[in-house]
Design a protein around this ligand. Structure first.
Ligand SMILES: Nc1ncnc2c1ncn2[C@@H]1O[C@H](COP(=O)(O)OP(=O)(O)OP(=O)(O)O)[C@@H](O)[C@H]1O
Length: 680
């Protein structure tokens, strides 16, 4: 439960100290050094002697796009790429001054393109941060082990008989970065390969996802600075004299509204122009040609960001912060014509992922924030998946965040997701949620079917304790009933009888129905409490009903048979398809509305799942208390324990059922996206 105090704006003078030397942005100790040119050069691996004498040959022979090769490039002390420098000396390349021939440049550009094709459309990396002082003081265990690209969460659990066991959850990602990895290495692994692509008309997005205090800001803040340094180098060497310009903007999405972080938090509006291009009206973009200037902008914007305090982080981000580096060029390479966007690199520091799930907070504002955050995180995931599957329809209207990023989701785009996790046992649940989000983003991607089938579902299974089910006809009927009945998108319907709350389980747990349990085990007071608890559980079940209705509403618009699988859909002739589509179009104008409803359904399933788990834990705790109290001669403890085991088994089966539904739901959602895109 997080206590959130509003404190806006974020102040650099607060307790938000960075601990590692490679995070030069906010570490006050570095400020002096950073602004000193030689220290700056040192920080960025630059040599401080003369720049352009003899280094050009090596620079270009070692590969124009090998950004590491630029690390040895020299900048004259005190000299930066400045607006005053003649960066538009005409369209002609200047081979004599750079020791380059035109064909070399062309070769290097085509090498760029080749490399661009080799950079994955989506990359998912996970970064584990070191344990912090609080966690160490609390003697929390480090529960994460890393082995090359795999990561294992060792979750401690208690069996019903109170014996401890460790459940392992193994995940595989494109990159897994442990606590010793520096920010420089994070950059090299994630953003550096995509920097050259933005000169090739690519829009790239890098975002950090994770629970509050897991290191998102720590990870994200240095990246734009390092990227802009590389962009400027490319602009001034590989693409010298080609009229490229670099622009920076920085804004946040807070509570579904946009604020300019570089212009006194001016409220911004988003509009679509005639070509369905998203414009953020009023957003200040600054042309920059010095890394130092960009650094100042980042600091200014970060200080203006909406933050609050949580138990996990004293300066917790409550908004999504988006910093964009945009490369533009005028049509003729001169400044006489307005510059047009060539490529864009967006860095998004997302708000803490647990915010959306925090339904316990009584503060209305915080709950609204949470809902907004949750919605945007779900929508973001769907967009990335749609992107990676090359789907024509990208559900960007799912949230403000995805709408804003619309132009990063169309055309040639690249996405890097860095999932940040805390290492400690106290964060286990959030860590697993983060890893599952990342896993889902990755696992349903094209060409990744092996992973989907083996790893993702095995992750689901691994995470589920499935005791052997006692034979119970009613309960099995219930499951069969649920599995066979599908809504019109093909995923299982919730029935009036919620399968994950089998009625017999509830009756026993609530004490409403005469059970075989020894009556002495329940005092009146306990009965009362259980009654209340049960009512609450019923209300929670009710909570699912409107969602079911909504799912049905959505599904009524599309014929069940024709959407049950993508395969079935393909079998339908084009005529049938057009009839079907016209039916869809007639009955609802905007497929994104449906998608919103679907996303909400998914969210509800996740919520229901979480509640099942919480409820099971409550039951175990309560029953254990009763068990201890009931440990008297004459009581039929064995019977009681058997009964309790049955309850827990059924609860676990209910949870498993929900997880299965969730997995099916996700597959159907994907099919739905394919369907929409094929109809466009
Ligand atoms: N890899 C790391 N190495 C050293 N310190 C780290 C690392 N990651 C995070 N930290 C420290 O942990 C604290 C929390 O990190 P940070 O503010 O980046 O979290 P966050 O995920 O952005 O949180 P929120 O969502 O609440 O804004 C900071 O003090 C930061 O310096």
């Amino acid at each position: 439960m997080s206590v959130i105090e509003r404190s806006m704006p974020r102040s650099n003078s607060g307790n938000h100290h960075r601990q590692s030397s490679d995070n030069f942005i906010l570490d006050a100790n570095y400020h002096g050094r950073l602004f000193h040119p030689s220290a700056f050069a040192q920080e960025f691996g630059l040599r401080s002697s003369s720049l352009r004498k003899n280094d050009d040959d090596r620079l270009f022979t070692s590969g124009l796009l090998d950004l590491h090769s630029f690390d040895t490039e020299l900048l004259p002390e005190g000299q930066y790429f400045d607006d005053s420098e003649p960066i538009f000396p005409g369209n002609k390349l200047a081979p004599s001054s750079r020791g380059l021939t035109e064909s070399n440049v062309l070769k290097s550009i085509s090498a760029d393109k080749e490399r661009a094709n080799n950079v994955a459309k989506i990359k998912v990396a996970v970064r584990k941060r070191p344990q912090n002082k609080k966690e160490i003081a609390k003697k929390e265990e480090d529960i994460i082990t890393i082995d090359s690209n795999s990561l294992t969460v060792h979750e401690r659990k208690l069996k019903v008989d109170l014996t401890e066991y460790v459940e392992k959850h193994e995940f595989f990602f494109d990159a897994v970065l442990d606590e010793d990895v520096s920010n420089d290495e994070v950059y090299a692994e994630t953003v550096e390969p995509i920097v050259p692509l933005i000169f090739q008309r690519t829009k790239a997005t890098c975002f950090a996802y994770g629970q509050t205090g897991s290191g998102k800001t720590y990870t994200m803040q240095p990246l734009p600075l390092k990227a802009s340094q590389d962009i400027l180098r490319l602009m001034h060497h590989t693409y010298q004299s080609q009229g490229f310009q670099l622009y920076v903007s920085f804004f946040e999405i807070y509570g579904g509204k946009l604020f300019d972080l570089l212009n006194d938090r001016k409220k911004l509006c988003m509009r679509e122009d005639g070509k369905q291009q998203v414009c953020i009206v009023g957003l200040q973009e600054y042309r920059v040609s010095k890394v130092e200037t960009i650094k100042e902008f980042i600091e200014k914007g970060s200080a203006t960001r909406s933050t609050g305090t949580t138990g996990a982080n004293e300066e917790s981000s409550r908004s999504h912060a988006i910093l964009q580096l945009c490369i533009k060029r005028s049509a003729d390479g001169t400044e006489s014509k307005p510059a047009r966007v060539i490529g864009k690199l967006s860095f998004i520091d997302l708000a803490g992922s647990e915010r959306g799930a925090d339904t316990t907070d009584n503060d209305k504002q915080t709950r609204i924030e949470g809902a907004e955050i949750n919605k945007s995180l779900l929508a973001l995931k769907e967009c990335i998946r749609a992107l990676d599957n090359d789907q024509g329809h990208i559900p960007f209207r799912g949230s403000k965040l995805t709408e804003v990023l619309r132009d990063s989701f169309v055309g040639d785009s690249r996405t890097v997701m860095i999932s940040c996790i805390s290492p400690s046992s106290g964060s286990c649940e959030h860590t697993l949620n983060t890893l599952r989000y990342a896993d889902r983003v990755k696992s349903l991607s094209k060409g990744n079917s092996f992973r989907r089938d083996s790893f993702s579902l095995s992750n689901l299974r691994d995470s589920t304790v499935l005791p052997v089910l006692p034979h119970d006809d009613n309960f099995e009927d219930e499951i069969a009933h649920v599995s066979s009945e599908r809504n019109q998108f093909g995923w299982p319907k919730h029935s009036g009888r919620e399968p994950s709350h089998p009625s017999n389980v509830e009756r026993v747990a609530s004490g409403r129905v005469e059970g075989k349990l020894a009556p002495s085990m329940y005092s009146n007071q306990q009965r009362g409490q259980r009654g209340i608890q049960n009512e609450r559980a019923e209300k929670e079940n009710d909570y699912l009903v409107p969602r079911q209705d909504r799912t049905r509403k959505v599904s009524n618009r599309v014929d069940n048979n024709q959407l049950s699988t993508v395969e079935d859909k393909r079998k339908i002739g084009s005529h049938a398809k057009s009839v079907n589509l016209s039916h869809v179009e007639n009955t609802h104008s905007d497929p994104d509305d449906d998608l919103n409803a679907l996303l909400k359904d998914e969210e509800d399933l996740v919520t229901a799942h979480r509640r099942q788990v919480e409820e099971t834990i409550d039951i175990v705790k309560e029953e254990m208390n009763l068990l201890v109290k009931a440990d008297q001669p004459g009581n039929q403890l064995d019977d009681y324990i058997t009964k309790l085991n049955t309850i827990l088994s059924q609860k676990a089966a209910g949870i498993f059922q929900l997880q299965t539904q969730l997995a099916q739901f996700q597959r159907r959602l994907n099919e739905y996206n394919v369907f929409l895109s094929s109809g466009e």
